[in-house]
Design a protein around this ligand. Structure first.
Ligand SMILES: [Zn+2]
Length: 101
């Protein structure tokens, strides 16, 4: 388990910590601390999970193509919708960090 420095108070914190034990600074993005939220959002509204993760363009893209495919061909729309949920569930640990030490 590696140690890094808190960007707020510069104290030593574990890489596995979600918040700084010294000052309470959130070391993980919201979607990393709550990895089930983005896929649930994408289940309700395709692309919204991506928007929560900061991938606004990807979210709008998924929303657009899911609606288009639902209108054109229902099974294809369901497939794209499912893919948007899978994509939202995928958390990249390197990209979600608020700041890299
Ligand atoms: Zn701190």
């Amino acid at each position: 388990m590696a140690l890094s420095n808190c960007p707020e108070c510069n104290g030593n914190v574990s890489d596995a910590a979600r918040t700084c034990p010294h000052c309470g600074y959130p070391l993980m993005a919201f979607h990393q601390a709550h990895p089930t939220i983005p896929p649930l959002l994408s289940l309700v509204l395709p692309g919204s999970g991506q928007v929560l993760k900061g991938q606004t363009f990807m979210g709008l893209f998924f929303l657009f193509i899911t609606v288009v495919f639902y209108l054109l061909f229902l099974p294809a729309g369901m497939l794209i919708h499912f893919l948007s949920i899978i994509d939202a569930a995928w958390v990249d640990p390197a990209k979600g960090r608020l700041r890299k030490s």
